[in-house]
Design a binder for this molecule. Sequence first.
Ligand code: AR6
Length: 186
Amino acid sequence: MQWTSPSGQTVALREGDITRVAADAIVNAANSALAGGGGVDGAIHRAGGPEIMRELDRIRSEIGQCPAGGAVATGAGNLPAKYVFHAVGPVYRDGRHGEPELLASCYRTCLELAESRGVETISFPAISTGVYGYPLDRAAAIALREVMRYFAPPDRRVRTAIFVLFGRRAYDAFAAALKELAPGRV
Ligand code: AR6
């Protein structure tokens, strides 16, 4: 399923493994320590190879931790991409501890990193919806709204955002949210 903005930018939904989808930049769902982990983070480091962690070690020695809502950029090692943006999503408690704003900030920060690097195609996983426990339907609405908003001005360099969703349940949640946000246009 996909949505196209009035000026031609596209938001596409795909089911699959984000490490197998070519893009200029691949977004990782990382933690504040930038230390690697399970889920999509584990898959990205496994497929990308050790160079990504070496770069994160350097970044960590400069900035310490990356707060929730933020993201840092590295090269992509062996992945089919130029960059990996390591975004730190919020841990979900009850939605009343700033989680929606922090989740939206992850997507916005990654789009800004993309814009400043001339990235045309960026792929996202469903940040925070695994170990961090964000309910899929709410996370989907926030993620899609943020990217669609970003695509409102006609002069963005980023042209395509692909959500690569792991499993049918995640895909269906994003498809339902996209239909609700853009009724009759997907
Ligand atoms: N491709 C696309 N999506 C994936 C893949 C994949 N290969 N593998 C899992 N997902 P999670 P979080 C989905 O737990 O909730 C890590 O340990 C998964 O089904 O990876 O942000 C980090 O180091 C889910 O929908 O990230 C942090 O400590 C989504 O990706 C912590 O987990 C996010 O699930 C971050 O937790």
